[in-house]
Design a protein around this ligand. Sequence first.
Ligand SMILES: Nc1ncnc2c1ncn2[C@@H]1O[C@H](COP(=O)(O)OP(=O)(O)OP(=O)(O)O)[C@@H](O)[C@H]1O
Length: 221
Amino acid sequence: MIKLSNVSYQYDNSKTETLKDINLELERGEVLAIVGPSGGGKSTLLRVIAGLEKPKAGEMFLGSECIYGNGVFVKPEDRGIGMLFQDYALFPHMTVAKNIEYGLIGMKSRERKKRMKEVLELVNLAEYERRYPHELSGGQQQRIALARAIAPMPKILLLDEPFSNLDTFLLQSVREELFGIIRAIGITAIMVTHNPEDAKTQADRVIQIIDGIASESRYEQ
Ligand SMILES: Nc1ncnc2c1ncn2[C@@H]1O[C@H](COP(=O)(O)OP(=O)(O)OP(=O)(O)O)[C@@H](O)[C@H]1O
């Protein structure tokens, strides 16, 4: 579903490469967790896959389409990638329905509403479409953000530990819920998580990134 070959990345103001020769391959429906110490390059890798940063070298394929390499660079909005990042919060002035429909601008109004209702069912919040984000719990907001990310039917979903604003108790249940929904819809997903133990139990595969180098995780309890 997604393949990265020898992808390297360097920030303009950095003296060294932040990502070094990353090779990664995921099957359709596979869930990958990325763990590793702070500053290792986890978020940067997601940003590179999303197209928010341009690699220095390498090739990237999404399905059979080349999204980077050999002179090709597909723009983020044309990649068919869903994102659930810490800084991609819900729009506070829009209802749940409007937040979800925001990403479905290309659709006809009736189809858009249908899809909005469909994804709300998926995250078990069907009766919340008229609420505003501040009228929801932290966990419910995350489920709505997930609904918004999957509404346009992306080929792959990227999650950058989108739980930083949740307390520890909520964190565990929301994480489990999100993994549950991802499994139920069978979407291919890559998730950065700070909990290696959780990654091990929920994901099909875990890799770690340390100093920009990716390897299969050897984390043991
Ligand atoms: N915009 C930027 N410009 C320059 N350097 C950056 C930029 N963003 C991140 N970095 C640097 O790149 C390295 C990797 O950062 P990244 O955010 O990818 O790490 P991370 O593994 O996701 O860390 P954390 O677990 O703390 O979120 C760090 O040394 C960081 O300081």
